[in-house]
Design a protein around this ligand. Structure first.
Ligand code: IMP
Length: 433
């Protein structure tokens, strides 16, 4: 069935990753958002996701806004299942203002939860590193925010931002029960301008979504992360805190999964993972996991200098990163990106190295596998068909394979068809395949 026929048959399509995220969902979301959808909605996660869009010829990374936001005639929804850092959302709206893009069609769920500054502090302290049991989170406060939601004591919903009494009462409870160091007045005064900014867009988006379904609008659900990172079906506890499968994404916008047709994105024939957790097919196994756990220390600049002998002043780059000087950094990024590609003979040599760790470095460079949100190097390995089978069981059989050209310079490719040690993906014992 052609793509055109396929999309004609469905009213609601979800683009869901069948691996650990970063499979190139964005390209398909962009395509369907521009050519097919009337409504684009996100249902899970927050600004732990990252999505590159080109506006007026410039590269921008949105972490919260659905990619349909650049099309003024499309409705964009941040659903009830999301956790929203309203300061970060304001920053993304600033970027749209800067580019002259109107966003009157944005809807933010009144039921979504708000990522508070103390969630971010807690996440950074506990999980953003990978030592001492940290899972290598993105440090965006996602886990602590969902924890408060599930605990049902002082989780702050978007609608609470507009009820002073409720907000203060919840903050008092948060202080008493879990976050003794917060200064309530300070938190409120810092939230206020961001809350005012998003107020015009706040809606009962569940009811709105039901209306869109009834009106026959074409709806695109933009998945976040990937099913192997789902808190329900993933490699728990090395997962994110939402259910980023088809089921969780539908629940996160308030519609039945039975009316949604999922297109599962699969990186092929290699795959990647960021952060801690099992990865049976990883090139270089533990060595790669520990190396990538160093995060930004081993970013694209470090690797270009070390493995491709590129003439880069790492001290200056680190200084710019500390100062968050994005404009200057973009120049260095461009320089490196122009240099690194799968056509570079050194990258090909690495990709075909007999040392699996170096092979992983080569594949990372060939595929540009560095985090959009955190800039961390992504762990690389062959595509694992065992975990894919599980993902298909959850999300359905239609697959889109991505990045196949990245390994066009590889002498051979392999796929994992079974594990050599018994055990399920979650919590089993693994060997390289
Ligand atoms: P958190 O969602 O920030 O709590 O991170 C939990 C785990 O999910 C960590 O291993 C992160 O690296 C991973 N993760 C979160 N968001 C993404 C994403 O968008 N792509 C890939 N991995 C992600």
């Amino acid at each position: 069935m052609s793509l055109e026929q396929l999309v004609k048959e469905y009213q609601v399509i979800a683009i869901i990753c069948n691996q650990w995220g970063d499979t190139g969902k964005g390209k398909f979301v962009d395509y369907f958002a521009e050519h097919w959808a009337d409504v684009i909605a996100r249902g899970t996660g927050g600004n732990n996701a990252g999505h590159t869009v080109i506006i007026n010829g410039k590269k921008r990374i949105f972490h919260l806004l659905p990619s349909g936001i650049i099309h003024e005639d499309k409705i964009n929804v941040l659903g009830n299942g999301m956790v929203i850092d309203i300061g970060a959302l304001g920053g993304e709206l600033d970027e749209l203002d800067h580019e002259g893009i109107k966003y009157h069609n944005l809807m933010v769920s009144e039921d979504a939860h708000v990522v508070m500054p103390y969630h971010i502090d807690k996440d950074k302290a506990k999980h953003s590193g990978q030592g001492n049991g940290g899972i290598g989170s993105t440090g965006r406060g996602i886990g602590p925010c969902y924890t408060d939601k599930i605990e049902r004591s002082h989780g702050i919903m978007v609608r609470d931002l507009f009820n002073k009494d409720v907000l203060r009462r919840k903050l008092q409870k948060a202080k008493k029960e879990d976050f003794p160091d917060i200064n309530i007045d300070d938190v409120i005064s810092k939230l206020q301008p961001h809350a005012d900014r998003i107020r015009p867009f706040v809606r009962d988006t569940v009811t709105e979504m039901h209306r869109f379904v009834k009106e026959g609008k074409k709806i695109l659900l933009e998945g976040a992360q990937g099913v192997l990172l789902s808190v329900e079906y993933g490699t728990y506890p090395y997962v994110t805190s939402s259910d980023c499968s088809l089921n969780g994404t539908a629940a996160g916008v308030g519609i039945p999964a039975s009316i949604v047709h999922a297109l599962g994105i699969v990186k092929f024939p290699y795959m990647t993972r960021v952060g801690a957790g099992p990865f049976p097919t990883e090139f270089g196994g533990k060595e790669s996991e520990e190396y990538c756990a160093k995060g930004i220390e081993h970013d694209i600049f470090f690797e270009a200098k070390k493995h491709l002998w590129m003439d880069l002043d790492l001290d200056t780059i680190r200084k710019l990163q500390k100062e968050n000087d994005l404009a200057e950094l973009a120049k260095y990024e461009k320089q490196v990106e122009n240099y690194i590609s799968s056509h570079h003979s050194k990258v090909r040599d690495l990709m075909n190295s007999i040392d699996p760790f170096l092979q992983g470095v080569g594949v990372r460079m060939a595929g540009g596998e560095y985090g959009a949100t955190t800039k961390r190097p992504r762990r690389t390995g062959w595509t694992d068909l065992v975990s894919l089978k599980r993902a298909v069981g959850v999300n359905g059989p239609d697959l889109i394979l991505t990045k196949a050209d990245v390994l066009s310079g590889a002498d051979d490719i392999q796929l994992c068809t079974h594990y050599t040690h018994s055990g399920r993906l979650m919590g089993g014992v693994y060997k390289r395949c």
